[in-house]
Design a protein around this ligand. Structure first.
Ligand code: HEC
Ligand code: HEC
Ligand code: HEC
Ligand code: HEC
Ligand code: HEC
Ligand code: HEC
Ligand code: HEC
Ligand code: HEC
Ligand code: HEC
Length: 350
């Protein structure tokens, strides 16, 4: 019995040593194999020969409306530049070499395997396709750190690259017969009527204005803007990306800032420096502004979390029962300079 166990042990050790060597060898070999076989969608460009790139007019023969709506994107100007390398020209800059696509169309089960389809590809494949060109402002490493990338949300959940309304058409309506005929207004996917009537024109090829777009998934946060006191998003004077960076890049690290650093880009005055600082306002490492304010909206004036002495009592518990019994501590002319003062330790005046 014991001997059998012993043998098994020896065998196990030998096997695992072999396996370890195998893994080591494989990991040394990895970089090379990786280089030779880039993953989809780069693999399409890597395997294409020059004759696999065809003219956009050929795509139009089978994809009339997509061909027409692609012309409305600011990308159209760029991809039509004859100075671009061939893999960054025309439709194929985004969809991959047409020759491969057409050659494989006959294989019934996989018409989408040799073309970059933004409706079928995985979110990280879509990101890789866009980042072939947008790598200068946003790298894959930056993108992967975002909550959206981690939640498997694609670039195309927010951005729409073919669209019809650059011609001044109402995106919320069905395209007219005439437009349909010309293949315009066909890409209605993702288009919604604005959540707030005063919505600003969407920028950066977003599918809708930000409150509407982001509100599809972040209902709770967007509904906070309906409260009586709110940042002026419903009025169209502010957008979500004024405070949130959906994709941080080399020049912009907003996402990694604390809420306070974000707030004082616009409300510099309240943060001092003051001769007499108020700790929760001046202390960068604390929750800062969020100790007392809601970021989106609140039922209380000035978007305060609480509108009573309770706001102050969360920290100044010693003042809970014995101190001045008024409703709030900053009205009635007491601690009016609540963010800090240059004259009064007790913040009775600015
Ligand atoms: C001979 C006709 C034909 C030509 C030419 C052609 N395609 Fe396609 N394409 C198809 C078919 C068929 C499909 C697969 C299924 C479908 O969309 O009905 C398809 C699918 C696609 C898809 C995926 C559609 C989706 O729903 O996501 C894209 C993108 C695409 N083609 C782009 C192109 C581009 C770009 C060109 C030119 C380089 C091109 N096609 C040339 C016939 C064609
Ligand atoms: C800058 C990148 C880009 C370029 C250039 C581009 N497309 Fe697209 N295409 C997309 C994206 C992204 C989608 C997914 C839907 C959307 O965002 O509008 C798409 C969707 C499609 C679809 C499938 C959906 C549909 O509307 O039927 C077809 C077909 C297509 N494109 C063909 C073309 C053709 C043909 C051209 C050239 C005239 C072209 N594309 C140029 C990015 C691009
Ligand atoms: C072939 C290169 C290329 C590819 C691929 C590409 N883009 Fe672009 N994109 C550009 C260039 C160049 C511009 C600048 C165009 C301009 O401002 O005239 C641009 C501009 C943009 C803009 C800003 C438009 C504006 O109004 O400011 C957005 C958003 C964008 N691209 C998103 C995407 C997304 C999402 C994808 C993937 C579906 C993508 N791009 C794929 C080259 C590309
Ligand atoms: C298609 C759905 C969808 C859309 C559209 C969307 N989000 Fe998100 N968002 C998510 C998911 C899922 C997460 C990650 C899960 C979570 O933290 O709740 C997330 C996370 C976030 C976070 C948490 C911070 C982080 O990076 O982890 C913020 C802030 C945010 N989104 C803001 C926005 C803004 C601003 C927009 C519009 C420009 C937007 N979202 C559009 C689904 C979406
Ligand atoms: C959750 C929604 C969302 C997702 C997902 C998203 N974006 Fe954006 N994008 C925005 C918003 C909002 C703006 C405009 C505000 C800004 O510039 O930050 C923008 C702006 C841009 C711009 C133009 C502004 C600039 O900095 O040049 C480019 C290019 C761009 N996005 C590319 C991408 C690419 C590539 C992906 C996928 C890797 C992606 N976006 C994913 C919301 C999104
Ligand atoms: C005035 C700046 C500001 C504006 C405008 C703004 N937000 Fe925020 N948002 C914040 C801050 C600050 C937080 C973090 C709150 C906290 O830490 O308690 C936050 C939190 C969030 C979260 C939760 C993130 C998490 O980690 O769970 C989401 C989602 C979100 N905001 C979405 C939106 C959307 C959608 C819009 C536009 C309709 C928007 N925000 C507009 C400042 C803002
Ligand atoms: C992009 C600029 C911007 C950022 C960032 C910003 N705000 Fe604001 N804030 C505004 C604007 C604009 C108003 C509306 C002022 C008005 O109505 O005249 C406002 C209003 C307010 C008000 C109400 C003022 C009043 O008199 O009723 C408070 C409180 C406030 N913000 C706190 C914050 C906090 C806390 C943050 C950080 C989470 C923040 N803000 C981030 C622009 C900004
Ligand atoms: C200790 C609680 C507290 C903290 C922390 C705090 N605030 Fe306030 N804030 C208040 C109170 C209370 C008011 C209302 C004052 C009034 O009505 O006179 C106010 C008012 C405001 C206003 C309206 C304009 C004004 O001066 O009356 C803005 C803007 C503001 N705060 C921004 C901020 C920002 C930005 C931060 C972070 C740097 C911050 N607050 C931190 C309690 C706080
Ligand atoms: C997040 C915690 C917190 C909140 C909320 C808060 N404070 Fe403070 N406050 C502090 C800290 C910490 C100090 C500095 C230490 C100390 O003296 O207690 C301070 C100091 C003060 C001082 C100076 C006391 C002295 O003896 O120097 C006054 C006055 C004051 N706070 C008033 C208020 C009022 C009024 C409110 C409500 C609007 C408030 N605080 C809300 C944390 C808070």
């Amino acid at each position: 019995m014991r001997q059998v166990r012993h043998k098994t042990l020896v065998l196990l050790i030998t096997l695992s040593t072999l396996a370890f060597i195998g893994v080591l060898a494989a990991s040394f070999a990895m970089p090379e194999t990786k280089k030779k076989q880039p993953s989809f969608p780069q693999s399409l460009f890597a395997q294409a020969k020059p004759e696999d790139y065809i003219g956009d007019e050929m795509c139009a023969e089978c994809h009339k409306s997509a061909h027409a709506s692609a012309g409305n994107s600011p990308h159209a100007l760029y991809v039509q530049n004859p100075k671009n390398p061939i893999d960054k020209r025309g439709c194929q800059a985004c969809h991959g070499p047409g020759g491969l696509h057409i050659a494989h169309l006959k294989e019934e089960d996989k018409p989408f395997e040799n073309v970059i389809s933004y409706t079928k590809a995985k979110p990280e494949e879509i990101a890789a396709a866009c980042l072939r060109c947008h790598n200068d402002t946003l790298t894959m490493a930056h993108w992967q750190k975002t909550g959206h990338a981690r939640a498997n949300i694609a670039c195309t959940a927010c951005h729409q690259l073919h669209w019809a309304d650059r011609l001044g058409r109402d995106r919320t309506k069905e395209p007219s017969e005439e437009d349909k005929e010309a293949g315009r207004g066909a890409s209605k996917r993702g288009v919604r009527s604005p959540l707030f009537p005063a919505a600003p024109e969407p920028k950066a090829l977003l599918k809708a204005d930000e409150a509407t777009l982001c509100g599809q998934c972040h209902k709770r946060e967007v509904s906070e803007f309906r409260k009586n006191f709110h940042h002026p998003v419903p009025e169209g004077r502010m957008v979500c990306s004024d405070c949130h960076d959906t994709h941080p890049n080399r020049d912009n690290h907003k996402r990694f800032h604390t809420a306070k650093q974000n707030c004082i880009t616009c409300h510099g005055k309240v943060s001092g420096p003051f001769v007499f600082e108020h700790d929760p306002v001046s202390n960068l490492s604390s929750e800062g502004c969020m100790e007392c304010h809601r970021p989106h909206g609140s039922h209380n004036p000035k978007m305060l979390t609480v509108f009573s002495r309770g706001l102050c009592n969360q920290c100044h518990t010693d003042k809970a029962s014995t101190h001045y019994p008024g409703r709030t501590c900053w009205q009635a002319g007491c601690h009016v300079a609540i963010h800090g003062s240059n004259h009064e330790r007790l913040m009775f005046r600015p």
